[in-house]
Write a protein that binds this ligand. Structure first.
Ligand code: NDP
Length: 283
C-alpha cells in the first residue's frame, strides 16, 4: 500500500484584488483532474508586503507562484533570474522554483501564442494589434520572438504605445510601427492576424472597437484577449465577416497549462480547465 502523504505541494498567486481572479479555480481543477496532491493558494498581498510574501513562499518551499496587478514589475528584485521574454518585457507573472532558485517567467504572451498556434503560426505573418498595455506588451514580445514579419500597434495614447514600439524595434527582429488610433481604424489589406489586446469589451460584451469592420476579410485570424465575456462584439463581427476567431479563454487556459507544466512538469488537460472557467463565466 502506498504511504500516506498529508503534505501538499504548494503554488499560488500574489496580487491585490485577488478575489476577482478565477485562476485558482482553473488550476485546482487541473490538479484534481490529474490526481495531484497540490494546492494553489490565492493570496491578497499589498505592495509593501510583497518582499515578505516571496520570502514566505521560499521558506515554505512553494514550487512557484503567479503575480498579478500590481506586482509584475516590482517582484523582479526579489527573484534569482528571468526567462528570455520576461527579461525583454521587464514583467513577470509566473515565478518558478528551479532547484531552489526562483526564476521569473511571463506566461501572458506565451498563453496567447499557444492559443494562436492552434489556428495559425505567426512566423512570417503581418499582424495588427490594438492596445499597448500589459497584455499587449506580453503578446507583442512573444509574437516578435515567434518570427512575425511585421507588427502594427494601434493605440489611443501615444505615451503608452511609444515605449512598446521602441522596445520591440530595439530588442526583437520584427519591424514595428505605431498608429495613433484613427476613427475608425481601417485594417490594411494583406494583414494576416488582428488582435484586440485592449480592455474594450471587458464586462460589456457589446462594446464596439472603433474599427471599420468591412476591412476585416475572410482568411484573417482575429483574436481577442477579453475573457469576461469571451464572446465579444469584436469577435462576433469578425466571424460574420468570415474571419477565423480566437477568444480570450484560450489565452487564459494556456497560461494555466504552461504554469502547471513549469511547476509540476506535467502536461495538464486544458479541457478540465475550460469546463471550470466556462461554468464560472456562465454563472
Ligand atoms: P492595461 O490597463 O495595461 O491596458 C489597457 C489598454 O486598453 C491600453 O492600451 C488602453 O489604451 C486600451 N484602452 C482601454 N480603453 C480603451 C478605449 N475605450 N478606447 C481605446 N483604447 C482603450 O490593461 P492590460 O493590458 O493589463 O489588460 C487588457 C485586457 O486584457 C484586460 O481586459 C484584461 O482582462 C485582459 N487580459 C486577458 C488575459 C487572458 O488571459 N485572456 C491576460 C491578461 C489580460 P490607452 O493607452 O490609450 O489608455
Amino acid at each position: 500500500m502506498a504511504a500516506r502523504d498529508f503534505t501538499s505541494e504548494l503554488v499560488g498567486s500574489f496580487s491585490e484584488g485577488s478575489n476577482g481572479n478565477p485562476t485558482v479555480a482553473m488550476i485546482e481543477a487541473a490538479f484534481r483532474h490529474h490526481g495531484l496532491n497540490w494546492r494553489y493558494i490565492n493570496c491578497e498581498v499589498p505592495p509593501e508586503k510583497l518582499a515578505d510574501a516571496v520570502k514566505g513562499a521560499r521558506a515554505m518551499g512553494w514550487k512557484g507562484f503567479n503575480l498579478s496587478i500590481p506586482h509584475k514589475v516590482e517582484v523582479i528584485q526579489y527573484l534569482d533570474g528571468l526567462g528570455e521574454s520576461a527579461a525583454i518585457m521587464g514583467a513577470v507573472n509566473c515565478a518558478v522554483n528551479r532547484n531552489g532558485k526562483l526564476i521569473g517567467e511571463n506566461t501572458d504572451g506565451k498563453g496567447f501564442l499557444k492559443s494562436l498556434m492552434e489556428v495559425v503560426d505567426p512566423r512570417g505573418k503581418r499582424i495588427v494589434m490594438f492596445g499597448a498595455g500589459g497584455a499587449a506588451r506580453a503578446i507583442g514580445v512573444e509574437l516578435a520572438l515567434a518570427g512575425a514579419k511585421s507588427l502594427t500597434i494601434v493605440n489611443r495614447s501615444v505615451s503608452r504605445a511609444e515605449p512598446l514600439v521602441k522596445l520591440l524595434n530595439e530588442k526583437t527582429k520584427t519591424p514595428t510601427e505605431l498608429v495613433v488610433w484613427p476613427q475608425p481604424y481601417r485594417v490594411p489589406e494583406g494583414t494576416d492576424i488582428v488582435v484586440n489586446a485592449t480592455s474594450i469589451g471587458l464586462a460589456n460584451g457589446n462594446q464596439p472597437l472603433d474599427v471599420d469592420i468591412s476591412t476585416l476579410r475572410p482568411g484573417m485570424v482575429v483574436a481577442d484577449v477579453i475573457v469576461d465575456p469571451p464572446d465579444t462584439r469584436f469577435l462576433r463581427d469578425a466571424k460574420a465577416q468570415g474571419c477565423t476567431t480566437i477568444d480570450g479563454l484560450g489565452m487564459l487556459i494556456n497560461q494555466g497549462v504552461i504554469g502547471v507544466k513549469y511547476w509540476t512538469g506535467i502536461d495538464a488537460d486544458p479541457g478540465a480547465m475550460r469546463t471550470e472557467l466556462e461554468a464560472i463565466f456562465a454563472s
